[in-house]
Ligand binder design. Structure first.
Ligand SMILES: [Zn+2]
Length: 268
């Protein structure tokens, strides 16, 4: 995994026979009280290692495009204009990366929340990806395609078990944050990358203390279990994580560190 080009809204990584584009949709600020201990109570005090901006946690919002030059999958789509105005940059990020939205036939959604699914629709209400053929999403989250997202409904492919999307990308259910939360395993000639959606929201605390969970994890014990399972799988050489809310561009290695884990962003 090696960065090969960079601009403010995208970083392209060479990953064996694949190219992975990390695409920046923007950021969202959240109160630190969203961090929760094992009892579901706000984490007090928030560790000094956690940076705050005007008293809030600032979460990057990232999407990822994986391509072998022929088959491409876009993982998550950002928030478009349907949530805070600090998001919605995905179309500009794709343009910077030289990717034509009309070339995207497959979108894989990690879960149904606004900052992951709303970018399927452009701010003017049209479909953001005019030649879209399939939208993969966990079965438990597939009820989100109403209202603004109704035009996409016929393209939805619900995922309830491990399923290959193409030769490189496999959908794997990892419930907890939402009932249909799904991660995507990306196998290249040189290793494994797991795009894990909202498995971690605050990397400055949840690697070191993976039992710390998030108020918006719908089922916190299940989300914690999914996080621990994934961290355990990732902490081997040649494995990488792509995180929707890891610091942009959001691709890192994971190593064990005492009772917890450490992340090391791939920067060169
Ligand atoms: Zn999210």
């Amino acid at each position: 995994m090696k960065p090969i080009s960079r601009s403010p809204l995208h970083t392209a990584f060479s990953f064996g026979d694949l190219t992975v584009f990390a695409l920046r949709d923007g950021y969202v600020d959240m109160p630190p009280t969203r961090l929760r201990d094992e009892h579901g109570c706000p984490l007090v005090p928030v560790p000094d290692s956690v940076p705050l901006v005007d008293g809030n946690l600032r979460l990057s919002v990232n999407a990822f495009l994986v391509t072998d030059g022929t088959q491409s999958v876009l993982i998550d789509t950002g928030a478009s204009n349907a949530w805070h105005p600090t998001m919605g940059s995905l179309p500009d990020a794709l343009a910077e990366a030289g990717v034509d939205p009309a070339d995207i036939t497959d979108v894989a959604i990690t879960h149904k929340h606004e900052d992951h699914v709303n970018g399927l629709i452009a701010p003017d209400g049209t479909q953001a990806f005019p030649r879209l053929e399939r939208v993969w999403i966990g079965h438990g989250d597939s009820d989100v395609f109403t209202g603004r997202l109704d035009p996409i409904r016929d393209l939805v492919v619900p995922v309830s078990d491990r399923v290959a999307i193409n030769d490189h990308v496999t959908a794997v259910p990892a419930p907890g944050h939402t009932p249909g939360h799904t991660v995507y395993e990306i196998r290249s000639s040189t290793g494994l990358l797991i795009a894990w959606g909202d498995t971690v929201h605050v990397p400055t605390v949840q690697f070191e203390q993976p039992h710390i969970t998030w108020e918006l994890d719908g089922r916190q014990p299940e989300a914690r279990r999914s996080r621990l399972d994934l961290l355990d799988r990732l902490a081997v050489p040649g494995h990488f994580v792509a995180g929707a809310h890891l610091d942009s561009p959001g691709i890192a290695r994971v190593t064990r560190d005492g009772a917890g884990y450490k992340l090391q962003y791939v920067t060169r």
